[in-house]
Design a protein around this ligand. Structure first.
Ligand SMILES: C[S@@+](CC[C@H](N)C(=O)[O-])C[C@H]1O[C@@H](n2cnc3c(N)ncnc32)[C@H](O)[C@@H]1O
Length: 328
């Protein structure tokens, strides 16, 4: 049974999503989530789901998976009210595992500057698209990088960079790679790939096109992604399997927000520091408060903080569209 307190909190959550996350990025999602925040009947339906499944992004993707892109809030709410059982089933079955290969553009300045070759271990890898920074192209303001000639087209990620960012002049040399995820996805599975495409917001066609190319690239590679929790024994076991003569880089982007307990995140920080040669954390700034950088210092709402071995290095766009050094 849901209470008016649940519905008020949910209304505030959808309103926050509209004004903080969707505004300026997706006019449609802004309109839909503002509509939900003021719609008692729809809030009641969403409130009947378990709390972690009430996420705006999950609702919007489940809707689009079933019915496509709605033209208006009234079309959206009508289908939700009429077919909520179907929407609910998708929301219970799937999760927001958005895999954004564009994030490689903000990891690259760090990766390319490390002693090569690299062994890459991504925690919270989803389908593993960020495990292939060496297979994509990049357009920075004053420099472009392209992978060696490949049979199939590769995505090229545009990334704005502040003048003080040391841009990479080469792609990293990666000799080993593996991922860990609670629910690994397969880039070569049409249904899982379609879900990942649906998680890209409607107006972001360029992002969707680049995602499609990255999915095709990674489907060929069949990366090893082990099912497991970042705090479980498989993490340490994977670290131990990396070749000794490569720099072991453990990284994660957009993952720790899914680890709700502060103590668990601190435990992970301690563990990863003891196992990795280099630990790259590209996350919302609030998830690792002990890095000493306040979210209020971010140059843009929703920016991620990129840290290397627990030292704050740069602010980054959550989808990898720009990078700015911390303190500028
Ligand atoms: C938003 S996706 C980000 C995927 C990828 N890192 C990227 O940036 O494109 C978050 C991923 O973290 C995974 N995840 C969440 N909590 C986890 C945990 N405790 N252990 C392992 N993986 C986890 C989810 O299953 C999901 O695939």
């Amino acid at each position: 049974m849901t209470t008016s307190v649940d519905r008020d909190a949910l209304s505030a959550r959808y309103h926050r999503f509209a004004v903080r996350e969707a505004s300026g990025r997706s006019p449609l999602y802004e309109q839909l989530t503002l509509g939900v925040s003021q719609d008692a009947e729809v809030l009641g339906l969403i409130a009947s789901l378990p709390q972690p499944k009430q996420q705006p992004n999950l609702l919007l993707a489940a809707y689009r998976h079933l019915f496509g892109v709605p033209a208006s809030y009234s079309e959206f709410r009508q289908a939700l009210v009429d077919r909520f059982d179907a929407v609910r089933a998708i929301m219970l079955d799937r999760s927001t595992q958005t895999n954004e290969p564009g994030r490689c553009a903000v990891l690259l300045p760090v990766l390319s500057g490390l002693p090569q070759p690299l062994a890459l271990l991504e925690v919270g890898a989803s389908a593993g698209l960020c495990l292939f920074p060496d297979r994509y192209g990049y357009d920075y303001p004053s420099r472009s990088l392209r992978p060696p000639a490949q049979d199939q087209p590769h995505p090229v990620f545009p990334c704005r960079a502040g003048a003080d960012v040391e841009l990479p002049d080469r792609l990293p040399q990666i000799v080993w790679r593996a991922g860990l995820d609670l629910n690994p996805l397969d880039a070569g599975d049409p249904d899982e790939a379609a879900w990942l495409e649906t998680l890209v917001w409607p107006e972001q066609q360029g992002r969707r096109d680049r995602l499609r190319l990255a999915l095709d690239t990674v489907a060929e590679e069949r990366p090893r992604i082990v099912e497991g929790d970042l705090l479980g024994p498989k993490f340490e076991a994977l670290c131990r399997q990396a070749p000794q003569d490569a720099t072991l880089v453990v990284f994660h982007t957009a993952v720790l927000a899914y680890v709700p307990s502060h103590d668990d995140r601190m435990r992970f920080a301690t563990l990863v520091s003891s196992l990795a040669d280099v630990w790259i954390c590209n996350e919302a700034p609030g998830v690792m408060p002990h890095f000493g950088v306040s979210p209020a210092e971010a140059p843009a709402q929703g920016a991620f903080l990129l840290s290397v071995n627990a030292q704050a290095a740069a602010w980054t766009d959550p989808h990898g569209a720009w990078i700015e050094p911390v303190g500028h």
